[in-house]
Design a protein around this ligand. Structure first.
Ligand code: NAP
Ligand code: MG
Length: 500
């Protein structure tokens, strides 16, 4: 069994207390690797290394082109380990091998490439518009890195979330300390092995594996850290914001969601039925942007729901995640399994109609599997429609008027994403504009464009990731004013304080 170490200051090392633990495959419930258990002291060491690397200018002082060249080299090394990444990612978090080979790893690598390229296009020098000052001056913005950035990520897309934090932070000249979720550290540990082979100076990328409440906390409160980029639940995000507040850290938060999938009367069933199912059940519903509230017009409700149920029966295959024929794996852990099951009980008690699923598949006795579950006749104020379940549970809500449906879509504390399904594109765009979320797909779901901003309205987050919007979150804009009037007599405003 492979044993991984922490990666601090360019070196692999044991955690100070020497403690290791197993990480498990949620499909087989068997241990797959030994991983370090870092404590606060390890986090402190990683912070010091990242601080020293940033302040030495070994990375921030390099040209964007030079940094990009080294990051492309890192990408080549990752590519050499592609298959290992696909397998580890599937085993560690319960993703199917089909998903990690078709999506997580290739798309993650593609996003990394696109983000590095986009960073190269962001000018460090930005001229400012002319202002009629009393003296002639030259004004410009110098785009500079923020400094030491902490990345804290969840377990649902470990490799992709790592890339979304590390690539922009490093490309823009920052140094990084990453803390993956305790349930899924393996792809990050393999990533560190790739960094060690690449030509990236020590301390520029550091990896800490440890619990959020100890190590994560230390990373968020340290005065030596300049920015926290957090992806996870709204509950923890709120704490992170508070911890960062003490030293006024730059904070970006990508949090939870309860996204609506709004079916219009003229939707093409062939795409909307499959799309609403994909929007919810992709990766067992453990996706922040999952479309877990499906709004369907009363006039087509029975037909639409009937087609969804038939499709689930025919098309979704639960099973061994290492089998390419499997389309749905287990949820990530026993704790998550229990949470999802408790929401299913809540749904039944609230009076929603359980249309399918709601239990463990009869033929599987190992692994944290839950059948794809659909509740019909859900009301938007039920807890299963208001709270993020983060599992394979879809709430279908019947609506009468479109205006009322749009209001219900917006009646939620979250605002991450959503979809509109319609054959009338112009109408769909008008509806999309009224949905208060950071992303709206029209006749599609989950397709992420690395150059488009991604983030949340309301309690789904602060700031944006991806694209130029996301890259700039890892920079500060410094105004430099160069006064070209070098003579004292050109500067009458100095006399605001003199009277001689
Ligand atoms: P979580 O419990 O909030 O944990 C996220 C990360 O924060 C983990 O690395 C966790 O470490 C760490 N953490 C926990 N407590 C902490 C603390 N007090 N201080 C600092 N760090 C702490 O979320 P999760 O259960 O892993 O992931 C599911 C959530 O992520 C869902 O709400 C989902 O919507 C959200 N998500 C959002 C996006 C987005 O882009 N908006 C993307 C993916 C997921 P441990 O693992 O050690 O506890
Ligand atoms: Mg695991």
């Amino acid at each position: 069994m492979d044993r991984y170490q922490l990666f601090i200051d360019g070196k692999f090392c044991d955690p100070e207390k020497g403690v290791y633990r197993y990480t498990y495959d949620p499909c087989t419930e068997l241990p797959i690797a030994e991983v370090p258990v870092a404590e606060t002291a390890d986090a402190t060491r990683a912070i010091a290394a990242a601080r020293k690397a940033f302040d030495s200018r070994s990375w921030s002082g390099m040209s964007v082109k030079e940094r990009a060249k080294r990051l492309y080299r890192l990408l080549d090394i990752i590519k050499e380990h592609e298959e290992e990444f696909m397998k580890l990612e599937a085993m560690d978090g319960g993703s199917t091998i089909k998903k990690t080979s078709m999506m997580d790893i290739p798309v993650g690598m593609e996003h990394m490439r696109l983000l590095i390229e986009a960073a190269e296009r962001i000018p460090s020098y930005e001229p400012l518009p002319w202002i009629d000052f009393p003296s002639v001056s030259w004004n410009f913005v110098n785009r500079e890195p923020i400094g030491v950035c902490v990345g804290i990520i969840p377990w649902n897309f470990p490799f992709m979330m790592l890339v979304w934090k590390v690539a922009p932070a490093l490309a823009m000249g920052n140094t990084v300390i990453m803390k993956p979720a305790s349930d899924t550290p393996l792809s990050a540990l393999l990533f560190a092995r790739c960094v060690a082979e690449a030509d990236i100076p020590p301390g520029v990328f550091n990896l800490i594996i440890g619990s959020g409440s100890t190590v994560g906390r230390e990373l968020c409160v340290s005065p030596l850290v300049d920015k926290i980029a957090f992806t996870g639940s709204t509950e923890v995000g709120r704490e992170v914001m508070k911890m960062g507040a003490e030293t006024i850290k730059k904070v970006t938060l990508e949090l939870g969601g309860k996204s609506p999938s709004l079916v219009l009367e003229d939707a093409d069933f062939s795409v909307a039925v499959d799309g609403c199912l994909f929007g919810t059940f992709f990766h067992q519903g453990q996706v922040c942007e999952s479309g877990t509230r499906c709004f369907v017009p009363e006039s087509i409700y029975d037909e639409f729901v009937g087609q969804m149920l038939a499709k689930i029966k025919k098309g979704i295959v639960l099973g061994d995640t290492m089998d390419f024929g499997t389309t749905m794996g287990p949820v990530v852990s026993k704790a998550q399994y229990n949470t999802v099951m408790s929401y299913i009980e809540i749904g039944k008690k609230e009076g929603a109609e359980l249309l399918c699923g709601g239990k463990r598949p009869a033929h599987m006795d190992k692994g944290h599997f839950i059948e794809p579950t659909i509740f019909g006749n859900v009301k938007n104020d039920m807890r299963i429609a208001r709270e993020e379940i983060f599992g394979p549970v879809l709430s279908v809500i019947k609506y009468k008027s479109l205006l009322d449906a749009i209001n219900q879509c917006n009646d939620n504390i979250y605002g991450l994403a959503g979809a509109v399904w319609s054959s009338d594109i112009q109408k769909a765009i008008e509806v999309a504009k009224q949905i208060r979320t950071g992303t709206v797909w029209i006749n599609d779901y989950h397709l992420l464009n690395a150059l488009a901003p991604f983030g949340g309205y309301k309690q789904s987050g602060v700031g944006r990731e991806l694209g130029t919007y996301g890259l700039k979150e890892y920079t500060q804009a410094k105004h430099i004013h160069v006064d070209l009037g070098t003579k004292r007599e050109t500067k009458f405003w100095f006399d605001y304080i003199f009277n001689d």
